[in-house]
Design a protein around this ligand. Structure first.
Ligand SMILES: Cc1cc2nc3c(=O)[nH]c(=O)nc-3n(C[C@H](O)[C@H](O)[C@H](O)COP(=O)(O)O)c2cc1C
Length: 189
């Protein structure tokens, strides 16, 4: 079960934008993050939710997509995420956030996958632009944005070959291929 969920939980960057994700669904996904591990149980993460088209478009314009797909500047209108979860670190709770946001992001994305949704962790963010656009107080450090929607692309796991090339690529039908290192290469002792 968990293996199947993790295999299905690929990074998706094209979506059926017309499929809505409502506030209640986003709250349920953040609740999975709330229940996840946190260093020292400090729980410094806070979230901004977006499911409204206008707010979604404000967020979209501050994100960087798929750096290895050099001829592609991101999903076109109609294939953009239906919702976003902006992950913030509350500096009034802690000055550092360890790997809490990575764990929380994975919990949210696994929950999304279970619901037939998918998404992408985005760290390539114009943080100052996003802060201004959404009037995010300086108290909150912008950590990650999760783009969410019903995936409109197929993602296939490949094995990294002898060349060691880890760059993902698209085939002629638009399928997304993501190479993973073999198990025996990553267990070193
Ligand atoms: C911390 C982190 C930051 C990422 N930032 C971006 C990003 O800014 N833009 C993007 O398109 N994908 C981003 N990704 C997605 C990765 O490109 C993706 O995880 C990788 O290609 C492997 O594909 P997979 O998630 O399907 O296994 C990020 C992933 C992680 C874990």
């Amino acid at each position: 079960m968990i293996r199947d969920l993790i295999v299905r939980n690929r990074s998706y960057r094209r979506f059926y934008q017309e499929v809505d994700i409502n506030l209640e669904a986003l709250r349920e996904l953040v609740d999975l993050a709330r229940l996840s591990a946190s260093g020292g149980n400090v729980q410094p993460l806070k979230y901004i939710l977006s499911w409204q088209p206008l707010r979604n478009s404000l967020i979209f314009s501050h994100l960087g997509w798929a750096r290895y797909l050099v001829d592609w500047s991101g999903p076109r209108e109609g294939e953009r995420p239906s919702a976003y979860i902006i992950m913030l670190g509350d500096t009034e709770i802690s000055r550092s956030f360890g790997c809490d946001h990575g764990i929380a992001a994975q919990s949210i994305l696994l929950g999304a996958t279970e619901r037939g949704l998918g998404g992408c962790i985005i760290a390539s963010i114009n943080k100052e632009g996003l802060r201004k656009a959404l009037e995010i107080p300086l108290q909150y450090e912008i950590l990650l944005v999760l783009a969410l929607g019903r995936p409109k692309e197929i993602a296939v796991i490949e094995t990294v070959g002898p060349s060691g090339d880890i760059q993902y690529w698209r085939d002629s039908e638009g399928g997304h291929h993501v190479p993973k290192r073999p198990l025996d290469d990553i267990i070193i002792g």
